[in-house]
Design a protein. Structure first.
Ligand code: ZN
Length: 288
């Protein structure tokens, strides 16, 4: 690369425009469905990803009405899948759940259902067999998803939760999964910076993903995290260069939104929701 090219690639990325900012509903775990959506709208945030537990608490019809009343568009419903793990001792039951989640997703106008594989079932130690099982489960979701018009956004998770949440950790391995599924009209990728920031091959894998990149979730990895699932940091408070990752996503052709998704039992879930959203808006200028 020429010197000029290098300098250009080091130039700071443009500030993320408001119309490309989404905040996942789970970021405001302290709120019920309505309060979280109204809080986002109050601050001019018009995109979210709906959290299944919150939707189940009020039902799809009421949820859809609240979203519409607040002119909120829905990038995704989270999380689905879970076809490999303890949730899926009975594969047919797991697939039936996913069909229901696809209906809910369609009912609230969500573009995607985010799917994770699930982890290893109780007593199981054959990781390879579980991966095969997850692949089979996803395969059987292709037709129902196609019929519902909702995309399936496959999200690999951090290797520390391989046992319990996702038997696929790297973007490259997720892409191998999508290759095997061979259904790009249905399946794409949800990239979560918290899950994949450590991967030395990440930039190359994102380039390989190209048009399969559907969603980009961000938060931060706190240097001395106390809990790999529920101690996520606010962008800017940890070690993830989310803006660099966004550049890699965009270099690969991604033009979607940046979706802030924070699980934080001890900190952000205990704060005043308006402060949480205000903080995200402040961090947008430098860290998203
Ligand atoms: Zn995520």
């Amino acid at each position: 690369m020429s010197l000029v090219g290098e300098r250009l690639s080091e130039m700071p990325q443009a500030v993320l425009p408001m119309e490309r900012l989404a905040i996942h509903q789970v970021t405001l775990m302290q709120c019920d469905f309505r309060a979280s959506i109204e809080c986002f709208a109050r601050h001019g945030v018009r995109q979210t990803a709906v959290w299944l537990d919150k939707l189940n608490a009020i039902g799809t019809e009421d949820g859809a009405r609240i979203l519409e009343d607040n002119a909120m568009s829905v990038n995704a419903l989270c999380p689905g899948g879970l076809v490999s793990g303890a949730h899926a001792l009975d594969m047919d039951a797991a697939l039936e759940m996913n069909r229901r989640w696809l209906d809910h997703a369609a009912g609230i106008g969500a573009a995607s259902l985010v799917v994770i594989t699930g982890g290893l079932p109780e007593g199981e130690t054959n990781l390879f067999a579980v991966r095969e099982r997850a692949l089979e489960g996803f395969h059987r979701l292709i037709e129902p998803a196609r019929a519902s018009g909702v995309r399936l956004a496959f999200e690999p998770l951090h290797p520390m939760v391989c046992g319990g949440r996702s038997v696929i950790s790297r973007v490259a391995d997720a892409l191998d999964f999508l290759d095997a599924l061979n259904a790009d009209d249905v399946f794409g990728l949800a990239v979560d910076s918290y899950a994949v920031w450590w991967d030395l091959d990440l930039a190359a894998s994102l380039r390989r993903a190209g048009p399969r990149l559907l969603h980009f979730h961000v938060s931060d990895w706190l240097r001395d995290t106390e809990d790999v699932r529920f101690d996520r940091g606010m962008p800017g408070d940890g070690v993830i260069d989310n803006r660099r990752l966004r550049k890699w996503m965009e270099d690969a052709g991604f033009r979607g939104s940046v979706e802030v998704e924070i699980f934080s039992e001890k900190n952000w879930w205990r704060r005043d929701p308006d402060d949480v959203v205000r903080t995200i808006l402040d961090r947008r200028a430098e860290f998203l």
